[in-house]
Design a protein around this ligand. Structure first.
Ligand SMILES: [Fe+2]
Ligand SMILES: [Fe+2]
Length: 365
């Protein structure tokens, strides 16, 4: 007898085989199959979220996130394509829908136009509006030309329901390629090898810091602020580029805000940190989980246990950012086939003393 998991995978495989183009009709067939699979797995999606507004002008709302899909062209590898489709399915089933979906960067694996086009095509199937952020894997083949053509500016700000949002390009590197006479593909390959020690560390960079400071100078420090960056805006582990070199200078620009949250991709894991009043949360990847670095792990992190090595989707997922009326954030990690893990603002406010997040309900490997 076949397991539910096997049947689910087979059903998906046959749909994918018949899917020559990701047109909307085929996509919704796929979504329906995934919906049925989620019900079979007993993975429930909350229907209880009700937006609330109080006197300070901030309204509660939800943002969904999807991040780090690392797509190759489908003919080379469709596993990550299927994973991104699964995340899109999950977000499309949220009821009510999120106000928008943040894509956290590393849409592509090697910045190739075909990879970015494929990603854009898949993300078009999201029902909610999408906000894009760039990752290093999207950028270093053509220094952002294709990405910007598809998605627009790589840094921008906007206001939503009383919260000021900033999206940064935190993967700015110094030119390590010209002197070494690297081709664009060699440059991209070097950046994609995170721990090869051949590239410069990521930065936000002087020019972008000036832009950020200028934007935030106009914002009242009591306004809730949510910043999206691809790499963590603190020093975690330099050898793997889990790091933004000028993080402390960026923190100095953010520190006047009393309700400040930074949400980052790149590290593909549950990751929680607090520096002063800045709360930091990582995003899950749909492609693979990274292990935790051997040192420098922020104390507030509730570690995800080691993923099942025989299940390529384990340790992956997508999730949500819930902004409350006080402007603080509950961060939800929707790990696939596990219970979601919520890191609440109470946990952050109490420096980990209150509301310790539960662990994901699966065995350790
Ligand atoms: Fe990534
Ligand atoms: Fe990355």
């Amino acid at each position: 007898m076949k397991s539910i998991e096997t049947k689910y995978m087979e059903e998906r495989e046959s749909l994918l085989r018949s899917l020559h183009n990701l047109d909307r009709r085929s996509f919704f067939k796929l979504s329906a199959a995934a919906g049925a699979a989620a019900v079979t797995h007993g993975v429930a999606f909350p229907h209880s979220f009700q937006p609330v507004r109080i006197g300070n002008g901030v309204e509660s709302f939800r943002i969904a996130y999807i991040s780090d899909s690392h797509l190759y062209e489908r003919k080379l590898n469709d596993r990550f394509v299927k994973a991104l489709l699964r995340a899109v399915d999950d977000v499309n089933r949220m009821d009510p829908q999120p106000d928008f979906v943040l894509f956290g960067g590393d849409l592509a694996q090697l910045g190739a136009p075909a990879e970015l086009d494929l990603g854009a095509q898949i993300l078009k199937n999201l029902r909610a509006p999408v906000r894009m952020m760039v990752g290093e894997h999207d950028w270093y083949l053509d220094l952002g030309e294709k990405w910007k053509g598809l998605f627009g500016a790589e840094r921008y700000t906007f206001d939503h329901k009383g919260v000021h949002f900033v999206v940064l390009n935190s993967v700015v590197e110094e030119d390590f390629w010209t002197a070494r006479k690297l081709t664009p593909a060699q440059r991209m390959g070097t950046v994609a090898g995170l721990d090869n020690g051949l590239q410069s560390p990521f930065t936000v960079g002087e020019e972008q810091r000036a832009w950020l400071a200028n934007d935030l100078a106009k914002i009242d420090p009591n306004t809730p602020l949510v910043v999206f960056s691809h790499s963590p805006l603190y020093h975690y582990y330099k050898r793997w580029n889990f790091w933004t070199d000028d993080a402390e200078q960026v923190q100095a620009i953010l520190e006047k805000f009393k309700k400040c949250t930074v949400v980052h991709g790149h590290t593909h894991q549950l990751l929680t940190h607090r520096i002063g009043d800045i709360h930091f949360h990582g995003l899950l990847s749909t492609a693979w989980p990274w292990p935790y670095a051997p040192e420098g792990l922020p104390e507030l992190t509730v570690q995800m246990n080691r993923p099942d090595p025989f299940n390529p989707n384990d340790g992956c997922g997508q999730g949500e950012v819930h902004v409350d009326v006080d402007g603080l954030v509950d961060k939800v990690y929707r790990l696939w086939n596990r219970n979601p893990v919520t890191v609440s603002s109470e946990y952050m406010k109490s420096f980990g003393k209150a509301q310790k997040p539960g662990r994901a309900n699966t065995p350790s490997y």
